[in-house]
Design a protein around this ligand. Structure first.
Ligand SMILES: Cc1cc2nc3c(=O)[nH]c(=O)nc-3n(C[C@H](O)[C@H](O)[C@H](O)COP(=O)(O)OP(=O)(O)OC[C@H]3O[C@@H](n4cnc5c(N)ncnc54)[C@H](O)[C@@H]3O)c2cc1C
Length: 396
């Protein structure tokens, strides 16, 4: 058992290259982008050049054939500059394309994945609906078979990358009477269909990560755009949840780390009552709590990623240790992220309340991680369900 955080040389190179890019290319644009709530249009092409888009994809698809530790590390590193854009990358590469890779046919993979690796295509995933959030299985979007086509009607809300995506995977009821057993997964290219409208949603946090309400009105999809088999949508959906929760923990980790670093620097520079504020115990206590919280979050997330990388079958799901560990990692990281963000704002005082400070963006973005990818309440339900299993053994 190796219980240290010594990344391999390859992992350090990945972290260094992503961090250098984030600081030199992304950081100078962030204040303006956050103000106007726009994603940099060439973001995914930039990441394609860095080799970040297809970290877990085989080389034959244009990927780098690495693991979920490396994915987590990349997302953490991007989030040191922008939590929101790290989420946008995760939504495209992990939620959409990685789950597509896991469930699509080889022919479909060869057509789609190379475009995701270069950054030519941005992806999005549609599960949530206006009346089906945590209770995703109660979705109302319908896919009716007519000849060799499916006709789609319904809507998906809060879709990350929805306003800009080229490619979408989503779930719809193909047999509404069968409940969860009547759900199927589909994909399409936006420029190949008619009847899809996208409406950008205004948010106070996670700005720069575009979010949409996507509506389907008699959208015709060829039957071959079904993935994972008819009425097998729940298996497709759940196959991506663990890796999603583990890798998206990186978004909050990056912000936690930046909140600590920015607060430490500021507390050394800011002088009040004739002394740097870092000399006051009340400020030291916040910094100590931030450090401890970040370290604990890091252990939770990286140990779940490391465990996941050891598994042949990384799908997780009900009855697996991975399910509980992934839910616990994002639960802890998400709640700790909000606490650390609040402490950072307090260290900055009034300046922490002004939008031009990066610490403010980190704070605003952090709250999402108690809501997105299954809320904290739902994560606790998953963990409790697994603890109640007869064969549960504590210690992992
Ligand atoms: C910025 C952003 C990006 C997102 N990106 C995507 C995306 O790309 N794709 C996508 O499909 N979705 C996305 N989502 C949706 C997100 O996954 C949902 O918001 C989330 O699952 C919660 O659903 P809801 O908002 O409808 O809340 P609800 O399910 O209505 O929950 C409201 C409150 O009730 C609680 N609650 C609900 N049921 C229970 C229960 N049984 N027990 C205890 N408490 C409960 C919840 O925890 C929450 O506190 C995104 C959301 C946001 C805000």
């Amino acid at each position: 058992m190796a219980l240290d955080f010594n990344f391999t040389d390859e992992q350090k190179m990945l972290e260094d290259s992503v961090y250098k890019w984030a600081v030199s290319w992304l950081e100078p644009q962030m204040e303006h982008l956050y103000e106007v709530d726009e994603m940099p249009p060439t973001l995914f092409k930039e990441l394609g050049n860095l080799g970040v888009n297809g970290i877990v994809f085989d080389e034959k698809y244009g990927g780098t054939a690495l693991g979920y530790i490396e994915t987590l590390l990349a997302y953490e590193t991007i989030a040191r500059v922008s939590n929101a854009l790290s989420m946008t990358v995760g939504a495209s590469q992990t939620l959409c394309f990685d789950n597509f890779r896991r469930n699509a046919s080889e022919k479909q993979r060869m057509y789609v994945l190379p475009k995701s690796c270069t950054g030519e295509w941005v992806g999005c995933l549609g599960i949530t609906e206006p009346n089906a959030g945590s209770d995703a299985m109660s979705m109302a979007t319908k896919a009716e078979k007519k000849g060799d086509k499916y006709i789609i009607n319904g809507s998906k809300i809060f879709i990350t990358n929805g306003p800009v995506a080229d490619f979408m995977t989503f779930y719809a009821k193909t047999d509404p009477a069968a409940g969860p057993k009547g759900i199927s997964a589909f994909f399409f290219e936006f420029d190949k269909v008619k009847g899809v409208t996208r409406e950008k949603i205004k948010k106070w946090g996670m700005r720069t990560s575009p979010t949409a309400l996507i509506t389907f009105e008699d959208v015709e999809l060829p039957a071959e755009n079904l993935i994972g088999g008819l009425n097998k949508g729940v298996a497709v959906l759940t196959s991506g949840l663990c890796t999603e929760r583990i890798t998206l923990s990186g978004c909050t980790l990056g912000s936690q780390r930046s909140c600590l670093e920015l607060s430490l620097k500021y507390a050394k520079e800011r002088v009040q009552f004739g002394k740097p504020i870092i000399s006051y115990q009340a400020i030291q206590e916040k910094l100590a709590n931030m450090y401890t919280g970040y370290l604990a979050s890091k252990w939770m997330a990286y140990s779940a990623a490391a465990y996941c990388d050891t598994l042949e079958n990384k799908v997780g799901g009900k009855g697996t240790d991975l399910d509980r560990m992934a839910a616990a990692a994002l639960l802890f990281c998400g709640e700790m992220g909000t606490k650390i963000g609040l402490d950072a704002i307090q260290v900055f005082g009034g300046y922490g309340y002004c939008t031009e400070y990066p610490v403010t963006r980190h704070f605003l973005d952090q709250k999402l991680w108690e809501i997105g990818a299954g809320t904290s309440e739902i994560r606790r339900m998953i963990i409790a369900r697994e603890l109640m299993r007869d064969d549960f053994k504590s210690g992992k």
